[in-house]
Design a protein around this ligand. Sequence first.
Ligand SMILES: Cc1cc2nc3c(=O)[nH]c(=O)nc-3n(C[C@H](O)[C@H](O)[C@H](O)COP(=O)(O)OP(=O)(O)OC[C@H]3O[C@@H](n4cnc5c(N)ncnc54)[C@H](O)[C@@H]3O)c2cc1C
Ligand SMILES: NC(=O)c1ccc[n+]([C@@H]2O[C@H](COP(=O)([O-])OP(=O)(O)OC[C@H]3O[C@@H](n4cnc5c(N)ncnc54)[C@H](OP(=O)(O)O)[C@@H]3O)[C@@H](O)[C@H]2O)c1
Length: 467
Amino acid sequence: MTSSSSSLQNLRVAIVGAGPAGIYAGSILTNSVQAAGGSVAIDLFESLPAPYGLIRYGVAPDHPRIKGIVGSLHEMLDAGTTRFIGNVEVGRDISLDELHERYDAVILATGAIRDAVLDIPGIDLPGSHGAADFVAWFDGHPDVPTEWSLDQREVAVIGNGNVALDVARMLAKHAVDLRSTEIADNVLAGLEASAVTDVHVFGRRGPADIKFTPIELRELGEVPDVDIIVHDEDFAYLEGVAPANNQLKVMLRILNSWRTREATGASRRLHLHFYHSPVEVLGEGKVEGLRFERTEPVGDGTVRGTGEFREYPVQQVYRAVGYYGTPVIDAPFDEKAGVVSNVEGRVNNSHTTGDIGAPLVPGLYATGWIKRGPVGLIGHTKSDAMETIAHLVADAEAGALPARTVDGDVLELLAERDVEFTTWDGWLALDAHERELGATHQHARERVKVVPRDEQVRVSRSGALVP
Ligand SMILES: Cc1cc2nc3c(=O)[nH]c(=O)nc-3n(C[C@H](O)[C@H](O)[C@H](O)COP(=O)(O)OP(=O)(O)OC[C@H]3O[C@@H](n4cnc5c(N)ncnc54)[C@H](O)[C@@H]3O)c2cc1C
Ligand SMILES: NC(=O)c1ccc[n+]([C@@H]2O[C@H](COP(=O)([O-])OP(=O)(O)OC[C@H]3O[C@@H](n4cnc5c(N)ncnc54)[C@H](OP(=O)(O)O)[C@@H]3O)[C@@H](O)[C@H]2O)c1
């Protein structure tokens, strides 16, 4: 029997998920415990062979500046106080109970990788996709097919968030303008074969209700050989309405500038439609169109249907209506919100997050998108982690963490189970390998991602000394 950690001495903590939330949590926990004169050993479990979550498999390849955030996350992991253990899915390769036996506390940081549901007729027709699947494809995620059909001319994107912008931009952009990015070769080949000429983006509310951000919206207007088309009728309700904040003010200025911009005769067009609520994906056996009800503002930020319906002849549909959190087997999950049930990061036994009356699960915490839902930027996961870690540290100091009952290195258990886990050294080997592939590529790039999981594991494990 191992003793309970009723203080900050010899604390052992497992973090599940090596996205930004998990990595920030590890770093902040180390700093907090060390500042209080304590000591902590942290194991960071990740189901993919490589770290960085949606920064590697969500942020678009033509956003190298954002991808560059991994530089500071790399430093946090390289400091050696958090041990990266990749290619291990908690709930499959090792259970949550087994983590509780070996660690004083477990922090869930599993983020989100799936699309939220859009429950309209026809949404499951062939040719109707979740944005998350397309994103995973263009970012070289190992668990999605390597081929993507782009032989349609007119495609629709539903949603007015930044993911919709990413998807629309990647569909409209010519492959030649992506060559210098870290895009995988199979993705470049897929985009080179694209027949897409018209991308239609539909928001169910108005231009003043968009969830885009200014830099990303402005970027849309700078894509070479793509004309942006907006419709005057969508701006009629905005007469005399003051934008709610500065960001919206800037974005309305951008949208308005596109109303008067001359079309250049570009070979591709990106159409922005507002006040279109999706009603049905049309088609027999495959997507042939999309039906919407026109909406109008009510005055409180919401809209109502007008009873006018419109149909658009599109052959492919992408729903970018939000992501949905990744549950962990045996952890309380709020199905409706798609988050682990918690109050300020302390997981509780409830099916409704924010239910402050529900009993806490001792030693179990959540942070990042799985804690508060799939909204917010990378930087927000840092403040999230600060809140969660403050509670964990307080609980440890109060002696409120349950006793761990099993000693020994978890890597021995994983090896006994023939789990081909990857390590930090393994990531350094894979990282160096991908950079080398980029440097020697015909279009010199910072890196070329290795896509297949088994190849990532092979490079990681052969390049690193696996204990
Ligand atoms: C398409 C897209 C583009 C984005 N672009 C930007 C951008 O340009 N700038 C910006 O600031 N923000 C961007 N964001 C938002 C940003 O990605 C998120 O804020 C951030 O990634 C959330 O971090 P997280 O660690 O909570 O989750 P994630 O990044 O999703 O990381 C969760 C990790 O947990 C792992 N995991 C899940 N289940 C298990 C399990 N059972 N066992 C082990 N590991 C598990 C996953 O594999 C993953 O690596 C984007 C989001 C999306 C969807
Ligand atoms: N470059 C970047 O910085 C970047 C890139 C990608 C993602 N991100 C971030 O990642 C987070 C997630 O982005 P996201 O785009 O997935 O989510 P989001 O910002 O929440 O946007 C979701 C969009 O889907 C719409 N929607 C939801 N349900 C719908 C329905 N039933 N019918 C029609 N439309 C519906 C929403 O409309 P309503 O507004 O009407 O609800 C909204 O326009 C955001 O914080 C985003 O900023 C950042």
